[in-house]
Design a protein around this ligand. Structure first.
Ligand code: NYM
Length: 212
């Protein structure tokens, strides 16, 4: 019998929802229970493409809106061979943002529709589970000021949230909404439960293709 593959698990949500903290905790919990797991994040700022994106986000450079959208997508595609290899080796990947952030953020800009924004990411490895950390703007505000990067304003984040809500209507993606206003441990417990289910359910199933 072929060995079992790892699961592709994605955490999404608006800024300050706690995605990075929860990704780290999930990887740690999976590893401690003897399941191989690694964290990834998008954008991956370590590659050449990632450095262009990082300079743009930090407002050190300007890029045309379509161009930067395609760079975010290219940054995912360049990591696909590594992702597939790790999943094949039985490693579960816990990913901080993916194509859903790509579509939600760009389509929140004037003149962009969700459909165009999804196109470059069609066919990426399809996540077995996408957890959306739901946090209303008032609760997000209690978590302190936004940083200084591009997109970090409440008006823009509100549009991003609306675009995520559109994306979550797609039944071809295994979305789970997590109440991110709970405390860190409660959020972690929900995420762990959904993740263990996904790992068990998908280990003998082939990896799918996103939005195809
Ligand atoms: N972002 C992230 C995009 O606009 N498109 C994408 O495809 C992805 C993956 O970059 N504000 C945006 C969302 C965030 C920023 O922030 C990356 P962080 O703190 O590195 O997750």
């Amino acid at each position: 019998m072929a060995s079992k593959r790892g699961a592709l698990i994605v955490l999404e949500g608006v800024d300050r929802a706690g995605k990075t903290t929860q990704c780290k905790k999930l990887v740690q919990a999976l590893q401690q229970s003897g399941r191989p797991a690694e964290m990834m994040r998008f954008p991956d700022r370590s590659t050449t493409i990632g450095q262009l994106i990082s300079a743009y986000l930090e407002k050190k450079s300007d890029l045309e809106d379509h161009t930067v959208h395609l760079l975010f997508s290219a940054n995912r595609w360049e990591l696909v061979p590594i992702m597939k290899k790790k999943l094949d080796q039985g490693i579960t990947l816990v990913v901080d943002r993916y194509a859903f952030s790509g579509a939600a953020f760009t389509s929140a800009k004037p003149g962009f529709c969700l459909d165009w924004c999804k196109r470059p990411d069609v066919g990426l490895p399809k996540p077995d589970l996408v957890m959306f950390l739901q946090l209303n703007p008032a609760e997000a505000a209690l978590r302190g000021q936004f940083g200084n990067e591009r997109y970090e304003t409440s008006a823009f984040q509100k549009s991003v949230q609306e675009r995520f809500e559109q994306l979550m209507k797609d039944p071809s993606v295994n979305w789970k909404v997590i109440d991110a206003s709970q405390n860190v441990e409660e959020v972690h417990a929900d995420i762990r439960t959904h993740s263990l289910n996904a790992i068990n359910e998908t280990q003998n199933m082939p990896l799918g293709e996103l939005w195809k």
